[in-house]
Structures are given as structure tokens and as C-alpha cells.
Design a protein around this ligand. Structure first.
Ligand SMILES: Cc1ncc(COP(=O)(O)O)c(C=O)c1O
Length: 400
């Protein structure tokens, strides 16, 4: 069987592969604690579920406009105005089957062979592969703990070439939990405008933030920047709606219309029922309370994890200000021996912890950072405590 070159150019999603491996081990009877989850472990809030049920009962079960129902577009417009101080009209909004789909569509309509797309690392696993699927070239900008896992304006300027088309920003970030302040975004904005590149701003974790951090959308900094920014967001993370598959983007009309054209010849509209539920998620009166509850619980878990990391030799971890991920550095144990092998990188650490401690983490190499592991705290406090007990004793057993 001959396969198209484009599918041979990309890798399977490593985060999904790890979840599948942990699940398979559990099914074999192994007591695995999974820290791989990329989704809230909470149920979708009741008011949102009810809106989905009502949509079925009201026969809201047919094709909708390809780019989303007017009701959902209006709810999205209201959300952007209320939360981000951004004003859009319906022709600037496209609703898709998840934010991943929004990004994929964008890459397909915007980029060609030879185009360079700047992606700060650690990055969400799917960005580089979706850029490659569009035949374009991901240009990776490395960051580390010392810069809070954030790029600087100087670094961005140095990466720019004549072929640069766009910068991908993800704040708050998967996998690091870092987020850009308004001031940091303003510094990047100068370079962005000077070099006339587009910003793809993925803000899907915008409501999962802690310690009074204020989320800022780069598009809100000026009208000029708004015209140069595509904001991506979605229902999955902040409303515990991963399975409903609703993501959306807001952009200049020309871009939105091209994305809509592509979607019209591929998936058509996202599920009508999920769109109706998403209206309730975005503007329902009970939603803010439901989000607050989740964020309060996430914060407790984050704090517990940070306390535990501080006591474990060989791990260091900056405190995430958003998302439900921590990204500890395990390079302190590199060079130690396990099973006659030397631990050299993040894949070795993940393998060691899965086999020795029955704990599943996602190796940092999946996100372009081989010193780290991603531990999601979208899991119970009991799992966090037991998992950290296991990691701590497994690390102690390593030979120097
Ligand atoms: C940064 C980021 N963007 C986008 C997505 C995609 O979310 P969805 O397709 O479920 O809306 C994810 C999911 O893991 C993510 O972490």
C-alpha cells in the first residue's frame, strides 16, 4: 500500500500514545496512576449538559451553517467582548470540531511550502505536525525555566527571516503552565508588527488561572495587532467539554471566510447539539460558578504538587500560573543507573517511572523539552499524593 508523503512526514500524538499505553497496562491489571490527562477530570457542568439535552428534544439535530450557528457566533462575540475587550462580527468567527481543528484549518488555508512558522518550545504537541501537514516549516524557539518558559522580543526578532509568516502563542501554556503578562506581550507586539507576521494566539486555557493572574489576549493590545491576530479558543478545557468537540477562531474576515470554505468541503458544521450546549457554556448564568469550583480544586492540587516537588531530590519545577499541567525538570537524575542502564533523557525517565512506580507521565521530548516530564493535575488529590509517593521512592532507589 502506498501512502501519501504528507502522512509519512508527521508523528502520532505522543500524549495520546502515552494515555493509550497507560490504559492498556490498567486493563492488564496493573495499578497505574496516570498523570497524562489532557482533559479536566470533572463532569461537564449540569446547565451545559441540560442545554445539549434540550437541543436534542427540540430537534436541533440538523445541519447548521458551516461556520457555526448564529446563536453560537453571537455567544462567542459576547464572550470576546466581555472577557477580552475584543469586538468581532459574525463573519469573523468560525466554529470547528475542537480548537485542534481550528488550528488545522488555519494552517491549511494560510501556509505553503517554504513558509516559516515560529513556535516557542515547550509547545503543545500538535502544532509542529499541523504546520508540517501544511508543507510549511516549524521554526522552534527554545525557552527554559530561567525565562519562565517564555520567549523574549530579542529572541523572536532573531528568529525572523524573509520567510516568516506567523508566530504561534499559547498562553496559558500546555505543557508548562506559564502565561504571558500584558507587558511581556507588548514587548513581543513591537517585533510582530515591525515584521508584519501573523499571530496565532491559542487561549484555550484562559480561565484556568491562579493567584490572581490576569489573562491578556495579545489581540486586545491595539487595533493593528487585532488585525494581525487569529485568536483560537474552545470549550474543551475551561468547561470540561473535551468530548463535545467545539473550538472556534476569530480573525479578519478574509481569513475566516477561507477557513469556512475549507470546512465546507471537509467536515461541514460541528455537531448541532454541541453548538447549542456551547452557547450555554459561554453565556449561561451558572457557568461562572461551575468554572470557579473547578479552578479552586485545580489550584489546591497544583499547590500540593509544588509542595511535594520541593521535597524530592532530583526534581525542580517552576510554579504554573495557569492550565492544569506542571512541567518539572528531571535532569537532576540523568546519569543515574536503572536496570544496568543509564538514564539519559525524558523517554528513559518516563519508562523507568512507568515500570518501577507504575506512574504514567508524558516525556518532555514530546513538547520539545527533553529535560522535563509533563504531569497533569487533572486527576484526584489521592492519585496525586499516591503518585508522588511512588515517584519519590522510585527516584531514591536509583543508583548514582
Ligand atoms: C494548547 C492546546 N490547544 C488546543 C488544544 C485542542 O483542544 P480541542 O481540540 O479539544 O478543542 C489542546 C488540547 O490538548 C491544547 O492543549
Amino acid at each position: 500500500m502506498k501512502f501519501a508523503q504528507r502522512i509519512q512526514n508527521i508523528q502520532p500524538s505522543m500524549t495520546m500514545a502515552i494515555s493509550a499505553k497507560a490504559q492498556a497496562l490498567k486493563e492488564q491489571g496493573m495499578d497505574v496512576i496516570g498523570f497524562g490527562a489532557g482533559e479536566p477530570d470533572f463532569a461537564t457542568p449540569e446547565n451545559i449538559k441540560q442545554a445539549g439535552i434540550d437541543a436534542i428534544k427540540n430537534n436541533d439535530t440538523h445541519y447548521t451553517l458551516v461556520s457555526g450557528t448564529p446563536a453560537l457566533k453571537d455567544a462567542i462575540i459576547e464572550k470576546f467582548d466581555r472577557d477580552n475587550g475584543l469586538s468581532y462580527h459574525r463573519n469573523q468567527i468560525v466554529v470547528s470540531c475542537g480548537a485542534k481543528h481550528s488550528f488545522y484549518n488555519l494552517a491549511q488555508v494560510l501556509w505553503d511550502a517554504g513558509d516559516e512558522i515560529i513556535i516557542p518550545a515547550p509547545y503543545w504537541v500538535s502544532y509542529p505536525d499541523m504546520v508540517i501537514l501544511a508543507n510549511a516549516k516549524p521554526v522552534i524557539l527554545n525557552t527554559d525555566e530561567s525565562s519562565g518558559f517564555k520567549i523574549t522580543a530579542e529572541q523572536l526578532q532573531q528568529a525572523v527571516t524573509k520567510k516568516t509568516r506567523a508566530l504561534v502563542l499559547n498562553s496559558p501554556s500546555n505543557p508548562t503552565g506559564s502565561a504571558y503578562t500584558k507587558k511581556e506581550l507588548e514587548a513581543l507586539a513591537e517585533v510582530i508588527l515591525k515584521n508584519k507576521m501573523l499571530v496565532i494566539s491559542d487561549e484555550i486555557y484562559e480561565k484556568i488561572i491562579f493567584d490572581g493572574f490576569e489573562h491578556c489576549s495579545i489581540a486586545s493590545l491595539s487595533e493593528e495587532l487585532k488585525q494581525n491576530t487569529v485568536v483560537i479558543n474552545g470549550a474543551s478545557k475551561c468547561f470540561a467539554m473535551t468530548g463535545w468537540r467545539i473550538g472556534y477562531l476569530a480573525a479578519e474576515e478574509k481569513i475566516a471566510s477561507a477557513v469556512s470554505k475549507l470546512q465546507g468541503q471537509s467536515t461541514s458544521n460541528p455537531t448541532s447539539i454541541a453548538q447549542a450546549a456551547c452557547v450555554e457554556a459561554l453565556i449561561g448564568e451558572q457557568t461562572p460558578g461551575a468554572i470557579d469550583k473547578m479552578v479552586t480544586e485545580f489550584k489546591k492540587r497544583r499547590d500540593t504538587l509544588m509542595d511535594r516537588y520541593a521535597k524530592i531530590d532530583g526534581i525542580s519545577c517552576p510554579k504554573p500560573v495557569g492550565s492544569f499541567y506542571t512541567f518539572p525538570d528531571f535532569s537532576g537524575v540523568y546519569g543515574r543507573q536503572w536496570n544496568g542502564k543509564t538514564i539519559k533523557g525524558s523517554l528513559d525517565v518516563a519508562e523507568f517511572l512507568l515500570e518501577e512506580a507504575q506512574v504514567a507521565l508524558v516525556p518532555g521530548i514530546a513538547f520539545g523539552a527533553d529535560n522535563n516530564q509533563r504531569l497533569s493535575f487533572a486527576t484526584s488529590m489521592d492519585n496525586i499524593n499516591e503518585g508522588l509517593n511512588r515517584i519519590e521512592s522510585a527516584l531514591k532507589s536509583l543508583h548514582p
